[in-house]
Design a protein around this ligand. Structure first.
Ligand code: CTP
Length: 418
């Protein structure tokens, strides 16, 4: 076990790196006083301490208390006009203060009854709370109250690993307990341009031997993969995916990966500008794998969504089949949701057709409407629909270029062809 290392850092210096509103920092001060007056140890753990040492901005601070939050929370919240939003089974709390929500954690031990399940937790001391964590670089703490007030405490060799740029799990069964850490480790490696220590590979091998990554639930697997786009900057995405490929990580989690190419990023970047967040995340997950039933189930797509996707795949085949009838092709593609059309852009067979649709065809709509046709004496709704479709077809063929041309075409249909 490495020697304990303690580094004094004044609070003002630590806080100068924290990008949080003054209101939140005052909450920390109130919490600190409250904990101190009761002799409870309060500290910052994990990412913020690591980021402080790396000289990076701190976007989020996890506060941990050795003891029972319930003892001090009521008083603090009534003093500041805050509100308790949630207590979790992991002894964590979410509180709301002003417009912000803040996470508070309890120093705890974790027990894993089986590989890859969520742990059972129990209140514990500092030592246990440090050793339950994933990597040495994430197991540093910064004390707000005595006995380690304004000190970074390193019991795991994390400071040295940050200096050397090494990702090392705290124990060799770490990934058996929690295989999401394999993907977390990969993110840290790429985010900080670090390397894996040999302990990482040993822990990975042990986890594989008991098939722990295969036991991870689909929901947790996809949530962790989604963190690649949720928590990491987009410019690192290709690097992240290349690492997944290099270490054959997706296979270990029971996924058959597709060959993600650098150009695919262009599609994802465009989709990100157009899709909502959830839809984009779905697209991202699907961009990693081949579109088959097994992959979709492994990524947590439910029965209904899987059968929808099967339908979309049939539709796109139809789209190809109707290629001679542009209107039919467009109307077929229109029934496929946007996130899936972007996914289909990644398939060479459909690329050209889907690109035309996304870039041009979908915007081609008649400029005149039912109202104009009624003014020409057409009263039957069905007939109006037919005429507008015919106008759209001609526009898709590039034959009608203005509202007056559309009107002339409509008149022609109404008065001369009936
Ligand atoms: N943690 C862990 N195992 C996990 C998830 C989290 O041990 N599977 C611990 C780590 O010590 C981590 C802390 O919980 O530092 C908080 O987790 P999280 O908020 O996900 O990470 P941050 O530390 O905030 O780091 P970042 O968000 O920058 O990845």
């Amino acid at each position: 076990m490495p020697d304990e290392k303690i580094v004094s850092i004044p609070w003002d210096e630590f806080v100068s790196k924290v990008c949080l509103r003054q209101e939140i920092l005052s909450l920390f001060e109130v919490l600190r006083k409250e904990a101190e007056s009761r002799g409870l140890f309060l500290y910052v753990a994990g990412g913020p301490v690591r980021d402080f040492l790396l000289g990076r901005e701190i976007m989020d601070v996890d506060l941990v208390l050795v003891g029972d939050w319930e003892i001090i929370l009521d008083r603090v919240l009534s003093k500041l006009g805050g509100r308790l939003l949630m207590r979790s089974q992991f002894l964590t709390y979410k509180v709301q203060l002003g417009g912000e929500t803040i996470d508070l954690a309890t120093a705890r031990k974790e027990y894993y009854s089986q590989p890859a399940v969520l742990p059972q937790v129990a209140r514990a001391g500092l030592e246990d709370d440090i050793w339950r964590r994933d990597f040495t670089i994430n197991a540093l703490i910064y004390g707000l109250t005595s006995p380690y007030r304004e000190k970074i405490v390193d019991k795991v060799g994390g400071i040295e690993d940050i200096k050397k740029g090494i990702i090392r799990p705290l124990h060799e069964k770490s990934f058996i307990d929690d295989p999401t850490r394999i993907l977390r480790g990969l993110r840290y490696k790429v985010r900080f341009a670090f390397n894996f220590g040999e302990e990482f590979f040993r822990a990975l091998k042990l986890a594989e031997e008991v098939s722990s990554p295969l036991s991870l639930s689909p929901t947790r697997l996809s949530q962790e993969l989604v963190n690649f786009v949720k928590k990491e900057p987009f410019h690192l995405l290709y690097h992240l995916i290349s690492e997944l490929k290099m270490f054959e990580i997706l296979k270990k989690f029971g996924l058959k990966e597709r060959n993600f190419e650098e150009d695919d990023l262009i599609v994802l970047a465009r989709a990100r500008g157009e899709l909502g967040e959830k839809e984009f995340q779905k697209l991202f997950l699907l961009s990693l794998v081949e579109l088959n039933e097994q992959n979709l189930a492994r990524l947590g797509f439910g029965n209904e969504e899987r059968s929808q996707i099967e339908k979309y795949l049939k539709k796109i085949e139809e789209g190809l089949y109707y290629r001679d009838d542009i209107l039919k092709t467009v109307e077929t593609l229109e029934r496929i949701p946007l996130f899936f059309l972007y996914r289909l852009l990644l398939e060479a067979r459909f690329r050209e057709m889907v690109r035309e649709y996304l870039e041009k065809w979908r915007y081609v709509k008649p400029l005149i409407g039912g109202y104009d046709l009624k003014a020409l004496g057409v009263t039957d709704g069905k007939r109006i629909g037919e005429i507008l479709r015919e106008i759209r077809r001609m526009k898709l063929l590039g034959k009608l270029n203005s509202p007056s041309e559309e009107l002339d075409f409509a008149k022609n249909l109404i008065f001369f062809r009936n």
